[in-house]
Design a protein around this ligand. Structure first.
Ligand code: NAD
Length: 280
């Protein structure tokens, strides 16, 4: 039987509409969430993401500010902007679009953001809090992965979850999130011996490697839930890290690319911003 296709676009729209209602209630009490997005240099992909974020803010009723800075800006000037945004009561979330141009120190910039406004969840305080089980801002893509699994009605506790990829923005926080949900989690990476065998054990398989169509049908246990984070451009088309056509024949549920995890990332950024405004 063919797999259920997990409609990330629809689930993300549902989350945005829930947030819109919440923001309307907050606005009635005189509070409006605010997000500042900082874009340095002229990376075209970053500019697209920033536009999408602005559009989502507008739809939900979140106040948004865009700070477009030239690639020639100094580290000191960038840190001074972060300091101003940290002190600004209109702003509840600060997002610095990565990667920064060469010559700027990303780590120092992230460390400068007030952890309470770190809606990307990249500050070491939030990373640490997630790993010791305290409330924390969680990076938006893995938060979106978990939300998709939950909203599909898949039980997680006691399940075997395999995460392919160990990046700081997707793989590692995804593993932490599923651990927090009482799954048994295995993390695989480029040095894992026999990745296929590990994947074949998974009840829930999360793939974030950046290798087009790496995961094949015979890597997947019949009935598994497969979440594909990958975004790869091949011959002008966007494809995931999972060979969707063949894997959908064995999985019980699977995310498409595009239209799976992608739309969830921005929805979760909006959610983090609204939570920050509600808490701070
Ligand atoms: P990354 O390059 O930082 O990390 C890739 C990870 O995959 C590494 O840990 C590496 O060890 C592992 N890996 C590479 N080849 C492997 C193999 N053959 N077997 C097992 N592990 C292997 O990538 P990232 O930033 O985590 O992104 C991964 C993918 O997800 C990319 O395609 C990226 O575009 C996409 N992505 C999508 C979103 C979204 O919003 N949907 C957000 C972030 C990243």
């Amino acid at each position: 039987m063919a797999a259920e296709i997990i409609n990330g676009k629809q689930i993300a729209a549902q989350i945005r509409s829930e947030l819109k209602e919440q923001v309307e209630r907050m606005a009635a009490q005189g509070r409006r969430p605010g997000l500042a997005v900082v874009l340095v240099g002229d990376n075209p992909a970053s500019a697209v993401y920033v536009r999408q974020k602005k559009k989502a803010c507008h739809e939900i009723g979140i106040y948004s500010e865009e700070h477009k800075l030239p690639g020639t800006i100094t580290q000191g000037e960038l840190l001074a902007l972060i300091d101003r945004l940290n002190a600004d009561p209109k702003i509840h979330g600060i997002l610095v679009q990565l990667p920064l141009p060469d010559g700027l120190d990303e780590e120092e910039v992230i460390n400068r953001i007030n952890p309470k406004k770190d809606v990307d969840g990249f500050h070491p305080t939030n990373v640490g809090r997630l790993s010791i089980g305290l409330p924390a801002y969680v990076p938006c893509t893995p938060a979106g992965v978990l939300e998709l699994v939950k909203r599909t009605g898949v039980a997680i506790a006691g399940k075997k979850v395999v995460v392919l990829g160990r990046s700081n923005i997707v793989g590692k926080p995804a593993a932490m999130l599923f651990l927090r949900e009482n799954a048994t989690v295995t993390v695989c990476h480029s040095r894992t011996v026999n990745v296929q065998q590990e994947c074949a054990q998974a009840d829930i398989l999360v793939v974030a490697v950046g290798r087009p169509k790496l995961v094949k049908k015979y890597w997947v246990k019949p009935g598994a839930v497969v979440i594909d984070v990958g975004i790869n451009r091949v011959d002008g088309k966007i494809v995931g890290d999972v060979d969707f056509e063949e894997v959908q024949e064995v999985a019980s549920a699977i995310t498409p690319v595009p239209g799976g995890v992608g739309p969830m990332t921005i929805a979760m950024l909006m959610k983090n911003t609204v939570s920050s405004a509600a808490e701070n």
